[in-house]
Design a protein around this ligand. Structure first.
Ligand code: ZN
Ligand code: ZN
Length: 143
């Protein structure tokens, strides 16, 4: 499977998580994963920005195994893919591991170790509360 810049051990972890089957499982899915996609794309910014992003850019929490059909859909439907958590904007400051994603019809959080845990759909009240709660920590380095 094409790694698209992920290190070998991350590819192995994602293959194990996905069973080498497409994790997006959107309508029209072909089943077999042919690619591992970055949810948040690799940054083009300055060194400091890249260093911060680099902590999770090539991490299992930022990776989704996709078949050809779902990969194509995500590329041609970027706004919808972002709503589903399959894609993350470059400007997002939260790590991908804290951003829910719809995989195979379920909303989950992707762990940095290749684990998945169920997550609930986010409602706006929760977002606002989380935003306030995290305000003091926004500049902290991710661990
Ligand atoms: Zn698919
Ligand atoms: Zn991570």
């Amino acid at each position: 499977m094409s790694g698209t810049g992920f290190p070998r051990d991350v590819i192995d972890t994602v293959n194990e998580r996905s069973g080498e089957l497409c994790e997006a499982a959107l309508p029209g899915c072909e089943g077999r994963a042919v690619d591992i996609q970055h949810r948040r794309p690799r940054g083009m910014g300055g060194t400091a920005k890249r260093a911060r992003e680099g902590l999770h850019t090539n991490c299992p929490c930022n990776a989704v195994a996709a078949c050809r059909a779902c990969h194509g859909w995500m590329e041609s439907h970027a706004p919808e893919a972002r709503v589903l958590g399959l894609a993350i904007t470059q400007h997002e400051t939260e790590p991908p591991s804290s951003l829910p994603v719809l995989l195979r019809g379920g909303v989950v959080l992707l762990g940095c170790d290749g684990s998945t845990s169920p997550a609930s759909l986010i409602d706006l009240d929760e977002v606002d509360e989380a935003w306030v709660m995290s305000a003091d920590h926004r500049d902290k380095e991710w661990t």
